[in-house]
Design a protein. Sequence first.
Length: 195
Amino acid sequence: MIGYRDFADTELLSRLKENCHESFQKIYRRYWKVCFLQLYRKSGNKELAEELTQNVFVSLWERRSIVVIANLSSYLQTAARYAFINHLKTMLQLDNYADYQKQHGKTDCNNLEEQLAVQDLLSAIEKGINMLPLKTRKIFVLSRLEYQSVKEISRALKISEKAVEYHITQSLKIMRVVLKDYIIVMVLLAILPIA
C-alpha cells in the first residue's frame, strides 16, 4: 500500500483541494523545516520564525480551494519570504504609528476610532474581493495578496499575460469603487496600495 510519504507534491496538492487533512499534514511535515529555517535565518528569532511558519501553513489550508500552485516548494518558500516582509512592514508601520502618536499626542479615544476604521476597511476589502468574478478574484488574490508577477500567474493559470493584466485592471476598478469611502483611511495607514 502506498503511504502519503510516497506521494508527489502534485498528488498531495490535488488531494489538499479535496479537503484531505492527511495530505495537508504530509505537506506540513515535508516543508515545515525548510520554511522555518528560511525564516529563522532572516529573523534570527526562533519564536517569530515558528509563528510566521505556522501562518504560512494556516494560509495554505484556508486558501486550499482557490490557490493555484505550480511548484509547492517554490510557493511555500515565496510565501515564507512574503510572510517575513509583511511582518517587517507591520513592525515599521507600528513604529511609525507610535512615533506619530508621540508627536501629535493622540488620545486612546482616537486610537480606538482608528482601530475601528481599520476593521471597517478590512471588512470592506474582504467584501470587495468576494464581489469579484471567480477568475478575476483568483487573479487578484495571486497578484495583490500573494505578490505573484503577471508572468507567474499566466504560467500557473495557463492564460496569456494580457488576460492576466485585463483581470487585474478589472479587479482594481471594482475595488476602487467598493473602497472609495476608505481611501483616506488607506492613505493614512498605508494598508493597501491601489495602483
